[in-house]
Write a protein that binds this ligand. Sequence first.
Ligand SMILES: Cc1cc2nc3c(=O)[nH]c(=O)nc-3n(C[C@H](O)[C@H](O)[C@H](O)COP(=O)(O)OP(=O)(O)OC[C@H]3O[C@@H](n4cnc5c(N)ncnc54)[C@H](O)[C@@H]3O)c2cc1C
Length: 410
Amino acid sequence: MSQIETYDAVVVGASFAGLAAAGQLSGAGRVLLVDREPIGAGQTSACGTLLAVLERLDAGDALEQVHPRVVLNVAGRRVGFDTTHRPFATFDYATLCQVLASQLGDVQVAVAPFGGIDPDGTLRLGARRVRAAVLIDASGWRRVLARALGAPPLDRAHTSTGVETGTAHAGCALEFWFRPPGRPDGVHWAFPAGDHVREGTASYLAHPHGLKRDLTRFTHVDELPAKAIHGGAFPSRLAEPVTDKVFLVGDAAGQCLPLTGEGIRPALVFGQEAGRQARAVLLGRQDLPTALARYRTAVTRTRPAYRTLEHMQSWALHLPPSVVAHAVRTSASPRLSPLLQAAYWQVANPDTLRAAPDTKATRTLSRVPCTSGPAAHRAEDATDLAACAASCDCPPGTHAPQTAGCCLAP
Ligand SMILES: Cc1cc2nc3c(=O)[nH]c(=O)nc-3n(C[C@H](O)[C@H](O)[C@H](O)COP(=O)(O)OP(=O)(O)OC[C@H]3O[C@@H](n4cnc5c(N)ncnc54)[C@H](O)[C@@H]3O)c2cc1C
């Protein structure tokens, strides 16, 4: 039997939430971050988030494309949201993970599957046996660590499922097709990412039928080999973020936002918050129960907003599409849209993010690709971004294809 190693803290899961939490523990004690895969190897998402997230994390190297406009197609209507003041961006998953890993300082990283907990509280990490007073579960919706300690699984009735692939299409805006033909329980999307577009399909149901078939139809790519597709489940209901011993962060705590399925920003924001509270424990500034209680308060403060998004998801799925289209058009109006967007960003405020100790957040907006393909245009500043956004409107006589957010001549 292997010797038992002792750490001050162990973080299970080294994707967005785990890297964010572990980054805050750098220099605070003996910390182990463990994942069953090498860091950056296991992409599940379309990697769309706010540009501000990348800027705050000093992760400009991961940037692929900036999107000053988000387009929603519903019931045959195409509605554009101007997000120039707080644009979205697509980024490269492996590069972002590497940037966050480079900010980990003295945190030790291991590749090993979490295999359970012995009765005396020892963690089984592959062949290793590890003990720690502070435990952070960042293992995604399966929440393997907390469950091994008796926490219930996430309610599958409140999880969605998505699959995605990269295509050689080009595009300009982040574009969604809500309740498209053949997928009345979900959404298609096209996220341009520099030289390719990530296209996907998701259902708000936990066990939907025909997602891969849908993806093939949507992307117009006849043969999609299994390894070209990634995806999985993502939660749509906020769960309890702590047990009496464990911090749960990211999808493990159901922090992915309902309706939009945006889970990266909350995983990073709440991951860092858990990391900060845990850091204070390691430095002897507070005890573990206080840290857990403070983290819980920070998360549950957002519960009303999560509930609202959950209701909106339910209405969007069950109301007649024409009513949904009307609501979407109203929310995109120049008066309402900035207010709604500001309220939405507050749920997991990217301005609370900070690069790990010893790094500074910098603005990285210069020379970011705005559109891709032959008409590529590079945005130098916010004014250029506005021009980019305008160019995402399809001029008369053109149309937006189902496959990407660019405009085609008839
Ligand atoms: C198809 C799809 C597209 C999406 N697109 C977007 C998007 O564009 N923008 C957005 O904001 N959100 C998106 N999401 C949601 C987003 O991916 C998640 O909310 C986000 O990844 C949650 O981050 P996390 O760190 O909590 O969990 P995860 O990213 O799921 O990471 C969990 C980590 O734990 C590790 N792990 C799991 N089990 C074990 C174990 N037993 N032992 C050791 N390690 C383990 C895994 O290897 C993984 O690295 C998408 C989801 C899907 C399915």
